[in-house]
Design a protein around this ligand. Structure first.
Ligand code: FAD
Length: 431
């Protein structure tokens, strides 16, 4: 973890290695006061992936940047997810942001030195209608935006089993989406933060933003003057800008997640999606075949449909597997996780992999869920809102931030901020 030092520069404090006399720099009143007192070209509220992307867009343009976050460490959605950068299953604006984000992820992984896997996404199909859906999207995706390979490569049962430890006889085959990426979300955000600090971006933690207006953010450490303000607060937009959140029909989506260890037949070389994912992400869900898949899955497994399951898996570099996820949406999410979701995750894991999972960790994640996939606005001159309002912020967030913040800083008014439309301006079908 790194922090603003007393002199206002970037200081590197290795995690856990705290000299007895030292306190985290942002805990030193003088350091925090200094960071809060100085004006910055850009002040970003929120240090998740969207806020980091906004800071990157500003730093790339040579501007001074302060990132304010009320937490002591990056701990929101950005560390609680699968680390699956699933660009192929996106459509519309989400696809454009995802393609832009892909290049930024690859650049950041190199510059900031964190793990990224370029092995794509695997889809395990367990029914003919799922194969038909994959074929339909493959036939429609003829453009070569990312390289010479098709975006969706069919796999027969044997080929899928060579890449994923699925038990014999459980699948009919599936597909490889070769351009998708994977990161370890627990490591990537901190690495990006350290990288940005090395480039002069300052982070002010344990500091709440109470209000934003043109040129100023009021924080729990006092006012901070800013040329441009970026709000990247995810679902907590409803606390900072409640009217915009209401207009955007913003709610919270709560998800249950597990990390398990298991004796798998072979490593899972890439994130693995199932039929439940095919009725969720917009490019899959927009196919004609999706109706058949949805009707069948809901009829066969109303218990899993009731959990709003997205049965998917990613294997972390240490060999453990992230398992999820269920979805429940509302103004507030109960902190008390219903064990039925975990039981279902573990049953489905056993059935697909033929292996016994041992739970290492359980957690709940929350993300913004809105009418549209993105809430983008300029609520006052120079006060930009960038919220991913569905569960694809790791895939799209860096691209969204570059698109909205970068083009604003370049002097152009972003198309997404056109005056005729008040809010939630980048639309797409919801996953
Ligand atoms: C369980 C789960 C699985 C997911 N899986 C994937 C996946 O595999 N692929 C994918 O693309 N997406 C996935 N997502 C979605 C993705 O993680 C999110 O869309 C993304 O991380 C949102 O990033 P963010 O920066 O907007 O929010 P966050 O990471 O939540 O950051 C927001 C920050 O704002 C701060 N903040 C809020 N209000 C204030 C305030 N008033 N003052 C100061 N600070 C404030 C918070 O402390 C927080 O640090 C998943 C999400 C969850 C929960």
């Amino acid at each position: 973890m790194t922090a603003v030092d007393a002199g206002g520069g970037a200081a590197v404090l290795p995690t856990g290695a705290r000299p007895a006399a030292a306190r985290p720099a942002e805990a030193r009143p003088s350091a925090a006061r200094s960071a809060a007192a100085e004006p910055h070209d850009v002040v970003v509220v929120g240090s998740g992936i969207v806020g980091l992307g906004a800071a990157l867009a500003a730093a790339d343009r040579g501007l001074s940047v302060l990132v304010v976050d009320r937490s002591a460490a990056i701990g929101g959605s950005t560390v609680r997810n699968f680390g699956h950068l699933c660009l192929t299953p996106q459509s519309g604006e989400a696809r454009r942001h995802a393609i832009a984000a892909r290049a930024l992820w690859l650049r950041l992984a190199r510059d900031a030195g964190f793990w990224v896997s370029e092995r794509g996404t695997l889809v395990a199909a367990r029914h003919d209608d799922e194969l038909a859906l994959l074929d339909e999207l493959a036939a429609a995706r003829t453009e070569h935006v990312l390289g010479d390979r098709p975006e969706i490569e069919p796999l027969d049962e044997r080929a899928l089993r060579a890449l994923a430890p699925v038990a014999p006889g459980t699948t009919l085959g599936g597909a490889l989406l070769p351009y998708d990426l994977q990161v370890d979300p627990r490591k990537a955000a901190d690495a990006i933060r350290r990288h940005l600090e090395s480039r002069g971006v300052r982070f002010l933690t344990r500091t709440s933003a109470g209000s934003v207006r043109s040129g100023r953010v009021e924080t729990s450490r006092g006012p901070v003057d800013a040329g441009t303000v970026v709000v990247a607060t995810n679902h907590d937009l409803d606390q900072l800008l409640p009217d915009l959140a209401e207009r955007s029909e913003l709610q919270r989506c709560g998800l249950d997640m597990l990390r398990v260890r298991a004796e798998l037949a072979r490593p899972l070389v890439a994130p693995l999606l199932t039929g439940w994912s095919l009725i969720r992400y917009s490019a899959f869900a927009g196919t004609a075949a999706a109706d058949d898949v949805r009707s069948r899955l809901h009829a066969e497994r109303p218990d899993l449909a009731a959990l709003d399951l997205n049965q998917m898996y990613t294997q972390l570099p240490d060999g453990s597997v992230v398992v999820g996820d269920s979805h429940v949406t509302g103004a507030a999410i109960s902190p008390f996780q219903d064990e039925r979701a975990s039981v279902a995750f573990l049953d489905e894991f056993r059935a697909l992999f033929g292996a016994e999972p041992v739970v290492a960790e359980r957690w709940q994640g929350v993300y913004a869920s809105g009418r549209d996939e993105f809430v983008v606005d300029e609520v006052e001159p120079g006060v930009l809102v960038t919220v991913v309002a569905t569960g694809i912020g790791m895939t799209t967030g860096l691209g969204l931030a570059e698109h909205v913040v970068g083009s604003h800083l370049d002097g152009g008014r972003d198309a997404a901020l056109a005056a005729s439309r008040p809010s939630s301006l980048l639309t797409g079908s919801r996953p």
